[in-house]
Design a protein around this ligand. Structure first.
Ligand code: ADP
Ligand code: MG
Length: 288
């Protein structure tokens, strides 16, 4: 039978906006050994802002932004939202005749101009697009039209104001290792990792690589040393499902993520992960 105080713990957590799907997850939260975070939308706001539009010689900035907005108009990725906002005009959906979103890379779509690719450096390399690898800082969306490099957009995201405190508190609670996994560029990941004092970062990961990275971190862990993964659910439902304690965060999360998660944090505050650990430990003391 389940001790009554476990229900107390679950109730206490829910009053803090933390939904725990079973007493076994409270037990795991109390014992956490490693906490692994997604970056975009989890440790950062995931609300990007276009800060630079840099067209290749045969394009204008207006043209490049219009093409980018059309290609991204079918996507609900935070990157896509920021590009549509920067464009600030309506997109005519009839102009998009073919569309494919490739997780961890970007988008391939057919517009009046021809076949357009929009995505990261890795996507351009994969598709053999010749580009000058400009040393820009920030997250970058490169574009090509009919196999020709067309330029790039630089977009900036911001670290959430309680992310550093979340890491500090988890360390104070004795969590052995804090890790970040991201599909974003190494330069961006390293900056966030340093800012927050994370123990380990893994960058430029495809969604499938994130599951493998998590499995590697879980290799030596047992029921006494569980591993939590914290994500916003965009592209990371499989990682949420694979971890000992999958923690989905924020209103952005998809139904699939809420389903895959063991714990749901209703707000978008990473600090609530530390709150969940504290509540779980308090509950455990009452039981024993
Ligand atoms: P994260 O791991 O940081 O949560 P994702 O796995 O969602 O990020 O995306 C990884 C990378 O793939 C992004 O940083 C971006 O370079 C590229 N990407 C993904 N979706 C898009 C898109 N809709 N448009 C352009 N680039 C994209
Ligand atoms: Mg994400």
């Amino acid at each position: 039978s389940i001790p009554l105080s476990f229900f107390g713990g679950i109730g206490g957590a829910s009053r803090q906006g933390i939904l725990v799907k079973g007493s076994n997850y409270l037990e795991a939260l109390a014992h956490l050994d490693q906490v692994v975070f997604d970056k975009t939308g989890t440790l950062t706001h995931g609300k990007f802002q276009v800060t630079q539009v840099v067209p290749a010689p045969h394009f204008s900035a207006e043209e490049l932004l219009r093409i980018a907005a059309h290609v991204e108009s079918q996507s609900n990725h935070p990157i896509a939202m920021s590009i549509l906002k920067a464009y600030g005009q309506d997109v005519d959906p009839s102009k998009i005749t073919a569309y494919e979103e490739i997780a961890g890379y970007g988008i391939r779509a057919t517009l009046e101009e021809g076949e357009v690719l929009a995505g990261n450096h890795r996507f351009m390399v994969k598709e053999s697009i010749n580009m000058d690898d400009a040393k820009v800082l920030g997250t970058v969306v490169h574009l090509s039209v009919n196999g020709q490099y067309a330029g790039h957009l630089v977009i900036a995201d911001e670290v959430k104001k309680d992310s550093a405190e979340a890491i500090t508190q988890l360390k104070a609670l004795g969590i052995r290792k804090t890790v970040m996994l991201t599909g974003d560029r190494r330069s961006v990941g390293e900056k966030v990792g340093e800012l927050l004092g994370l123990d380990e970062i893994h960058t430029e990961l495809l969604p499938g690589d994130k599951v493998m990275a998590l499995e590697k971190l879980m290799e030596k862990s047992t029921a006494d040393t569980p591993v939590a993964f914290v994500g916003d659910g965009i592209n990371d439902a499989p990682v949420l499902a694979r971890s000992h304690v999958g923690i989905a965060m924020g209103g952005l999360g998809s139904d699939a993520a809420i389903e895959a998660a063991d714990v749901v944090i209703m707000s978008d505050e990473p600090l609530k992960v530390a709150t969940a650990v504290k509540i779980a430990r308090r509950t455990r003391r009452i039981v024993w």
